[in-house]
Write a protein that binds this ligand. Structure first.
Ligand code: MRU
Length: 342
């Protein structure tokens, strides 16, 4: 089996049901969004997270807003104001707006966004797996898995497909301070799907590389600028620098919905700042002295020169990236049918 064994986002035509990612792995409980405000809250509070999953949830949020007869532009603005870095959110909202303008079926469009995302992840898996020779020990950062997408995952989609082809000897998951997406979510979903995974503290990655225990790195992304600079979870840049220093390939997997050709370089990507509480506390326990200021940027930018290759649903792009990125976006635009139901 190459697919993930669970569905992170379910839509029954009236409500969105999300696995509550705040509570994994201790509890597998579900969060229901019956209004667009619920969907916005779920994104803001990280019930659902990961760039494609945020976009899908927002698209269903627009359907809920339309059903409720509220001002759709106000709802779209509310959904857009939840998290700033992942461009998939704005891409999905633009697509829903265009669907409405064309008189299309919003419900069908949102379902299409989800189904297409899953298909894009499967395609990324097929394109990316051959980059990993049999026996690869691979490191990943954050969670770019089924939980973060319409299913299968981007970076973890490549790993899942490669594992099914017998290419993966083991996965190292950075714990991903401070929110612990690697320790909590990547470990949960890979264990559940039978992919061998070991969690390490973020600070141990360089040590394992120095010992020759990591053959490749693969991560997802929240936004790829036109020149190939890549925004992803805080700490990704550190991993990329380490991989470069050790001559280890550094791969980035993301669907074309993550490519932002309107942002020329990574310097233009907005970086979300999150609450200091994620750093000052672990659970209920305070670690940092009261009164000491804290920095908590949720993302960083890895310059294109540190990226070995980008993987999209249309194939593998090698540097220099600008031309390939534009071509993959054009191919996606050509392949996309007109808004559902129009
Ligand atoms: O803050 P998060 O958990 O939403 O950050 C998620 C990431 O950084 C992922 O790597 C990225 O969204 C790609 S998910 C396929």
């Amino acid at each position: 089996m190459t697919g993930s064994s669970f569905s992170p986002i379910a839509w029954d035509g009236d409500a969105i049901t999300l696995i509550d990612q705040r509570r994994l792995p201790a509890e597998e409980v579900y969060f229901t969004c019956a209004t667009w405000e619920d969907a916005a809250l779920a994104i803001r509070e990280m019930v659902v997270r990961g760039a494609p999953a945020i976009g899908i949830t927002a698209a269903y949020g627009v359907v809920l807003a339309a059903r409720a007869g509220v001002d759709l532009e106000a709802a779209i603005a509310g959904l857009a104001a939840t998290r700033p870095t992942a461009v998939n959110l704005f891409w999905a909202l633009d697509r829903m707006r265009a669907c409405r303008a064309a008189g299309g079926d919003l419900d069908a469009e949102a379902r299409a966004i989800q189904a297409e995302d899953r298909a894009m992840c499967e395609a990324m898996g097929a394109h990316g797996a051959p980059l990993l020779p049999p026996g690869t020990r691979i490191l990943t950062h954050c969670n770019a898995g089924a939980l973060a997408t319409g299913g299968h995952g981007t970076a973890l989609g490549v790993i899942r497909t490669a594992h099914a082809q017998g290419r993966i000897a083991g996965v190292y998951a950075d714990e991903t301070r401070p929110y612990l997406q690697g320790a909590r979510l990547t470990a949960w979903e890979l264990q559940r799907d039978g992919v061998p995974v070991t969690v390490l503290p973020d600070v141990a990655a360089g040590h394992l590389m120095q010992q020759g225990r990591i053959d490749a790195v693969i991560v997802g992304t929240d936004r790829v600028a036109a020149n190939g600079d890549v925004a992803n979870k805080i700490g990704t840049y550190t991993v990329a620098v380490l991989a470069h220093a050790h001559g280890i390939p550094f791969y980035v997997a993301g669907p074309t919905s993550t490519i932002d050709l309107e942002t020329p370089t990574g310097a233009g990507i907005p970086i979300e700042q999150r609450t200091p509480l994620e750093v000052t506390h672990v659970g209920d326990r305070r670690l940092v002295p009261v009164g000491v200021p804290v920095e908590n940027p949720a993302f960083d930018v890895t310059p294109a020169r540190l990226v070995t290759a980008l993987i999209t649903e249309h194939g593998v792009i090698r540097p220099p990236f600008a031309e390939g990125l534009a071509a993959h976006v054009a191919a996606a635009d050509d392949g996309r049918r007109s808004p559902a139901g129009s």
